[in-house]
Design a protein around this ligand. Structure first.
Ligand code: C5P
Length: 209
């Protein structure tokens, strides 16, 4: 058997992460949240007091990222996501991260990679590609609810503007912009529960597996 790769792409806060974890559990596949790699690179620059647009240093930091040591808990902060999207526009950074992601995608018995360019650049031959999206309003509301449910305080308008800013940066960059691969299945979760989105993804995967 050859390893089976599932590519999940989409904008920030579309629910890719949750969906990818459910899929990986369902099929017993390895999961890589590729956003964490860009987050770890950005955090290394911030911790060293270096500017986020120093391409040579960013490349050095990206080379040092250990895919096995990525810790969501330390990287989940909104500011790190915002910084990650600035680091992710630099071609030197993206270039050094391609091989490690491809190597991960070949693990047995199969893998789920989620990010922005998995179906278009990292794993263009993946047998299943899903582009998960939702309106910017719905994505901002979900993020807002998450913070409130966790006992925090949040400003919906500020979150909404942050989501829009991140979309513009991720879709507008020249190298590996966020867009659906031609052969991707579009999954708009604006009016779907996580369970419904999972069932929809499962039908797409089961038709190919
Ligand atoms: O998905 P997450 O919010 O953790 O990603 C942080 C940032 O990393 C994204 O906004 C994007 O700019 C970048 N990224 C990327 N390519 C990927 C995954 C994430 O450019 N495959």
């Amino acid at each position: 058997t050859t390893p089976f790769t599932i590519a999940i792409d989409g904008p920030a806060a579309a629910g890719k992460g949750t969906l990818s974890r459910l899929i990986a559990d369902q099929y017993g596949f390895h999961h890589l949240d590729t956003g964490l790699i860009y987050r770890a690179t950005a955090k290394a620059l911030l911790d060293a007091g270096l500017p986020l647009d120093d391409e040579a240093m960013a490349e050095t930091m990206a080379r040092k990222v250990d895919l096995a040591g990525l810790d969501r808990a330390v990287l989940s902060k909104h500011e790190i996501g915002e910084a990650a999207s600035k680091v992710a526009v630099m071609p030197a950074v993206r270039r050094v991260l391609v091989e490690a992601q491809r190597a991960f995608s070949l693990k047995e018995p199969g893998t789920v990679l989620d990010g922005r360019d998995i179906g278009t650049v990292i794993c263009p031959d993946a047998p299943v590609k899903i582009y998960v999206t939702a309106s910017a309003e719905v994505r901002a509301k979900r993020r807002y609810d998450e913070i409130i449910d966790a006992g925090g305080s949040a400003d919906y308008q500020a979150i909404f503007e942050g989501v829009q800013r991140r979309d513009e940066r991720d879709m507008g960059r020249a190298d590996s912009p966020l867009r659906p691969a031609e052969d991707a299945h579009l999954l708009d979760t604006s009016e779907m529960s996580i369970e419904a989105a999972f069932q929809a993804a499962k039908s797409i995967i089961d038709a190919v597996l």
